[in-house]
Design a binder for this molecule. Structure first.
Ligand code: CUA
Length: 156
């Protein structure tokens, strides 16, 4: 009976060790960095998307002392509204849906990173403790003017 060659055994063993290190690194990073997976929180009917709440009236709405809901519509190739302004220290709940195709939302300076699938409402929350301008961009290729699809959070 033929034994496993020792080099082959070495590489098999190394592969298992590297896989375990990778799984531990990915799993622990969730706890160390307090990450969570963005998930669709609700669904919307694409046929009535623009005629029913909340996306019939996108914009910024104060919902608490330092808390706002940003209802944002994503469409090729713009976010509506494309700019929101909040005071320093505000918590912003981004609630976003797409009119047409898959878009994305990355808000620079925060850990907001969403995929926006038609028919779903995506949500993420960020707190803005520093004044400044925070660019948000579309992170899924959505057509010829994808690179123009951006907006700003102004914190003052
Ligand atoms: Cu929207 Cu890329």
């Amino acid at each position: 009976m033929e034994m496993i060659h020792r080099y082959e055994r070495f590489f098999l063993g190394s592969t298992v060790v590297i896989l375990i290190i990778g799984m531990v690194a990915v799993t622990s990073s969730f706890f160390v960095n307090d990450l969570e997976l963005p998930s669709p929180v609700d669904t919307v009917d694409p046929a009535t998307f623009t005629s029913e709440p909340p996306f019939n009236n996108p914009g910024l709405f104060q919902v608490g002392e330092n808390e706002y809901d940003a209802i944002i519509t994503a469409q090729a190739w713009a976010f509506i509204p494309g700019q929101i302004t909040v005071p320093v220290g505000s918590t912003v709940n981004f609630k976003i849906g797409s009119v047409d195709v898959v878009h994305g939302l990355i808000v620079h300076g925060t850990n907001v990173n969403l995929t926006i699938v038609p028919g779903q409402i995506s949500e993420a929350t960020a707190t803005f403790d520093e004044p400044g301008e925070f660019l948000f961009v579309c992170s899924e290729y959505c057509g010829i003017l994808h690179h123009n699809m951006a907006g700003r959070v102004i914190v003052n």
